[in-house]
Design a binder for this molecule. Structure first.
Ligand code: KIV
Ligand code: NA
Length: 265
C-alpha cells in the first residue's frame, strides 16, 4: 500500500482532493478505519472525553495518550497518524514540548503531533519542527483552553478574533506546520484561511470550503448520545445498535438459548 505522508496531503490540497480524517484511540477501531481508506487518523486528546469519561480534555496524561497511540499505530497500514500533545506538555516551555514529542515519536511510531494555539506557542512548534517531527496546528475552538472561554460556542465571530486567527494560520504555515485543524468557526472565515495558506486546512464545524474534514469517530458512528452540535453528521446509531444487541444477548443468556448445541465442545 502507498502510505499517506505530509507530501501526499499537500498534493491533495493542490489538486483539490478533500482529505478525510477521524479520531481513533484503539487498535480495533484503527484497523477498520484504515482498511476503509481514511487518510489521517488523529489520536485525539478527546480520548479524555469519549474513552475515559472526563468532562474536558485537560486530565489526559502523556502516558495515557502514548498508550492510545501505540494501540492505533498497530492497526494501521496506510493512514497518517497524528497524536495530540496533552494539555500541560507544551504550553509552558519548548524543551518540555520537545521532550514530550520525542517520547511520542519513539514509543508509539506515530507520524506527527498536534498542538493547540498560534503565536503563544510558536517557540514550542519551532523546536519540535527543528527535531524533524511534522506538526499539525489547531486554531479556533481549542478545547484545552475551555476555562479561558467558558463555553464550547462558535469562535472568531468578531472581527478582532477572526483577524488574529488568520494571522495565526499564516504564522503556523511560516513556522513549517504541515496542516492546521480549524474547529468551530464561521465557514466564510475558514474559506479565507484555506485560500490564504498553501498547507491543508482540516475543518470540524468550519464549513465545506476547506481542504478536509475531521470528526470524533464516536460521534460519527453515533456511539455518543448527548452531543448534538450542528456540524455533526451521524452515519450510524451505534449507541442504540449496541444497546439492543446487548439486550438480546442478556435475554439469550437468561432463557438459556445461548449457548446452543453447536456453540459448545
Ligand atoms: O481531540 C480531538 O478529537 C481533536 C479533533 C476534534 C480535531 O482535536
Ligand atoms: Na484534540
Amino acid at each position: 500500500v502507498k502510505k499517506v505522508t505530509t507530501h501526499v496531503l499537500h498534493a491533495m490540497k493542490q489538486r483539490g482532493e478533500k482529505i478525510s480524517m477521524l479520531t481513533a484511540y484503539d487498535f480495533s477501531m484503527a484497523r477498520i478505519l484504515d482498511e476503509a481508506g481514511i487518510d489521517v487518523l488523529l489520536v485525539g486528546d478527546s480520548a479524555s472525553n469519549v474513552m475515559a469519561g472526563h468532562e474536558t480534555t485537560l486530565p489526559i496524561t502523556l502516558d495515557q495518550i502514548i498508550y492510545h497511540a501505540q494501540s492505533v499505530v498497530r492497526g494501521v497500514d496506510r493512514s497518517f497518524v497524528v497524536v495530540d500533545l496533552p494539555f500541560g506538555c507544551y504550553q509552558g516551555d519548548s524543551k518540555a514540548a520537545l521532550n514530550s514529542t520525542i517520547r511520542i515519536m519513539k514509543e508509539t511510531g506515530g507520524h506527527a503531533v498536534k498542538l493547540e494555539g498560534g503565536s503563544e506557542i510558536s517557540e514550542s512548534i519551532s523546536r519540535i519542527l527543528s527535531a524533524g517531527v511534522p506538526v499539525m496546528g489547531h486554531l479556533g475552538l481549542t478545547p484545552q483552553s475551555i476555562y479561558k472561554f467558558g463555553t464550547y460556542s462558535v469562535r472568531a465571530k468578531k472581527e478582532a478574533e477572526a483577524k488574529k486567527l488568520l494571522e495565526d494560520a499564516k504564522l503556523l504555515e511560516k513556522l513549517g506546520c504541515f496542516a492546521i485543524v480549524l474547529e468551530k468557526i464561521p465557514a466564510q472565515l475558514a474559506k479565507e484561511v484555506a485560500q490564504a495558506v498553501s498547507i491543508p486546512i482540516i475543518g470540524i464545524g468550519a464549513g465545506p470550503d476547506v481542504d478536509g474534514q475531521v470528526l470524533v469517530v464516536h460521534d460519527m458512528l453515533g456511539m455518543t448520545k448527548d452531543f448534538h452540535p450542528r456540524f455533526l453528521r451521524r452515519y450510524l446509531n451505534m449507541y442504540e445498535m449496541m444497546k439492543e444487541a446487548t439486550q438480546r444477548y442478556i435475554k439469550d443468556v437468561k432463557t438459556q438459548d445461548f449457548p446452543n448445541e453447536k456453540e459448545q465442545y
